[in-house]
Design a protein. Sequence first.
Length: 151
Amino acid sequence: MTYLTNNLPKPDGCIFCNVLATPDDDHKTFILHRGAHCFVILNLYPYNNGHLMIVPLEHIESIETMSTEAVTEMMTLSQHCVGVLRKAYNPQAFNIGINIGAAAGAGVPGHIHLHIVPRWSGDTNFMPVISNTRVIPEMIDETYKRLRELW
C-alpha cells in the first residue's frame, strides 16, 4: 500500500549501491546471493512473483564495460536462478533481459542489471490492460523465504 500511495522515501544515490552498503541484513534488502562480481536480489516492484535481478557489484551502466569475470558470473547466476524459480514456482516460461539506458526502459539507468521474470500462460490478464495494475499473489517476504530455502 505504501508503494501504491507513493509514500516511499526517495533514497539518494543508486538503489543497488545503497543495498550493498548494508551487508549484514540480506533478508531486509532481499538479497538472495552475493557472489564475487554480482549479486542476486528480488525486485521490490515485480512483474510476477519470483522476479529476480542479477546486478554487478561494480556501478557500471552498460554491458560492454563489464569484466569477462562479471559477465560470466552473471550468466552462471542466471542459470541457477532459472533452476531455483522452476523448483519454487513451476513457471511455463521466462523473460530474461537487460535494459540499457532510460530510453530502453531501465529503471536504474546508471547501474546495469539483468531481469529474470517467470511467466505463465494467462499471467497478463485484464488488470494490466484496463487499469494498469498488476496482481501479485504472494508477499515479497514469502517469496524471499521460498527462494532462499531453495538457493
